[in-house]
Design a protein around this ligand. Structure first.
Ligand code: SF4
Ligand code: MG
Length: 320
């Protein structure tokens, strides 16, 4: 369905007193594929390049290098005009349901917009289609005449999902779709996205920093750190037997209640380093409890081990 090959994105920023140009290495040679009706969970701390990766695939940002293939066809080099025809196949659900919807528009207008732009149904059928979309995301017909502020956060995210579904996409980037919502509402929205996947056969790139969320929805998982994938494999395997020290640290840091969880959470020390001055060698070496000399000097390569891909000198040395 979607294949990403060696995708990179650098941003130029001016910094320092002289305003010299520096590069932010937001995404650094990322490769993965997502099959039909499959969910790839993309997890990592904020600043790891997850959202940038999602935006690159949708061409909301232009890659510095690399390829994006949609069913074998390279969509990173086609013209904007040709891409516009494919645009409806690829959609996004944003993190913040409060700012993602225009507060001056009724829900009906919000949902009609993509129907008009992409000529999904004839104008006479707009109303019927809006009702069908609302029904799909569990909202009643009366919602069509209301404004976004009249809904709760969870309901607004349902509207955001309905808007993404309006063009009948085959692939949706879900960029932290539940992280702004109350925990009690999160699982309802996650279950909705999974039900819709079964019903409509959509593939997802599901971006989240919360491992509970990733575990709930993903078939496969890719763990990102400073713009690179450090571990990737079946969700079950990753959660049962994480191999990369960063994945282990993330799993140990899963928030929970009680003192034990608090102690565990502290294990991942320090902040994610700047993507401007990338650490030498393994980018995780500044925080890794297992860092060796080689880690400071040599960049580990993402290699295959049994059921997954890992980039770590320690795993390389000790094997599985
Ligand atoms: Fe830690 Fe070295 Fe592995 Fe990087 S390569 S994760 S620093 S052990
Ligand atoms: Mg993000």
């Amino acid at each position: 369905m979607i294949e990403v090959k060696n995708l990179s994105k650098q941003f130029v920023v001016k910094s320092g007193l002289l305003g010299q140009e520096e590069y932010v290495h937001a995404v650094n040679g990322v490769s993965f594929s997502i099959g039909d009706q499959e969910t790839l969970g993309l997890v990592g701390e904020s600043g790891s390049g997850k959202s940038t990766t999602g935006r690159l695939i949708l061409r909301l940002l232009e890659p510095t290098s690399g390829k994006i293939l949609l069913e074998g066809k390279d969509i990173s080099t086609i013209s904007d005009r040709d891409f516009r025809k494919l645009r409806k196949e690829l959609q996004i659900v944003f993190q913040n349901p409060y700012s993602a919807l225009d507060y001056k528009m009724t829900v009906e207008d919000i949902l009609m917009q993509p129907l008009q732009i992409h000529k999904i149904v004839p104008p006479l059928e707009y109303k019927k289609e809006v009702h069908r979309l609302l029904h799909m995301v569990g909202l009643d017909h009366a919602s069509a005449r209301k404004f976004p502020h009249e809904f709760s956060g969870g309901q607004r995210q349902r509207i955001g999902i309905a808007r993404a579904l309006a063009t009948k996409p085959r692939f949706i980037v879900c960029d932290e779709p539940v992280s702004a919502l109350d925990v009690s509402v999160q699982s309802q929205i996650l279950n909705l996205t999974m039900d819709l996947q079964k019903e409509l056969g959509i593939s997802y790139l599901f971006i989240a920093h919360d491992l509970h969320v990733i575990k709930h929805v993903s078939d496969r998982v890719a763990v990102m750190y400073l713009g690179k994938i450090v571990e990737m494999g079946d969700a079950e395997g990753i959660f049962e037997n994480p191999m990369h020290p960063y994945t282990k640290a993330l799993l140990a840091a899963v928030p929970g209640q009680g003192e034990e969880a608090q102690i565990k959470r502290r294990r991942l020390k320090g902040e994610i380093p700047s993507a401007i001055r990338m650490p030498s060698g393994c980018s995780f070496h500044t925080r890794c409890p297992f860092a060796m000399d080689i880690c400071r000097n040599e960049i580990p390569i993402l290699k295959e081990y049994k059921d997954r891909m890992v980039s770590c000198h320690l795993v390389d040395k000790e094997g599985v």
